[in-house]
Write a protein that binds this ligand. Structure first.
Ligand code: FES
Length: 178
């Protein structure tokens, strides 16, 4: 009789397959809730990932927007300002304002501005470039690459160091008129 009572007690502790669980939910309801919660979480993560790809990442330093330390109207023809953070030279020629990537297009040396010669002169293999970046001597196969320049209404110069353009030769329209 005692053994029979134990069997009944054990059977009562296990909820029936289709009956109510301890909190009033059936197992099927519990499983369904868990499944929907899991699917919802997966969609949430996927959405967050897609949002991250669509939302622009604000970059600073080289690869992002690097403001020039001078206003556009402060640059006179012949001026060259080196901006280390952005690896560029801001130059003003007769054509206008340009941001030139300082990397030599021959083999990648950093090209210094020679103020006395008024030219960019690469120390590695003697390539020479004009203030517009046009190559005029040495093994460089094309002008210095240029970066996108944005001049704001107050004269602030923003340079997009993530947007570098190669060109076969310098054209006046490559410069921003100011
Ligand atoms: S790397 Fe500049 S000339 Fe060769």
């Amino acid at each position: 009789m005692a053994a029979e009572n134990q069997v009944h007690a054990a059977a009562a502790a296990v909820p029936p397959a289709h009956g109510p669980a301890a909190d009033g939910m059936t197992r099927r309801q519990l499983l369904r809730s868990t499944m929907f919660a899991t699917i919802g979480a997966m969609f949430g993560l996927a959405g967050a990932g897609a949002g991250g790809m669509l939302w622009p990442i604000k970059l600073t330093g080289f690869g992002g927007i690097v403001p020039a330390p001078v206003k556009a109207h402060e640059m006179e023809i012949g001026d060259v300002v080196m901006v280390r953070e952005g690896k560029y030279y801001l130059t003003r020629s007769e054509d206008g304002l340009m941001a030139l990537y300082w990397k030599c297009v021959h083999l990648g040396c950093t090209v210094p501005w020679n103020a006395a010669q008024k030219k960019f002169m690469c120390p590695c293999h003697a390539s020479v470039y004009e203030i517009t970046g046009q190559n005029i001597a040495g093994p460089a196969p094309r002008p210095l690459d240029m970066m996108e320049v944005i001049v704001e209404p107050d004269g602030t110069v923003l340079v997009n160091t993530g947007k570098i353009t190669e060109r076969p030769r310098h054209e006046p329209e490559h410069a921003v008129k100011i």
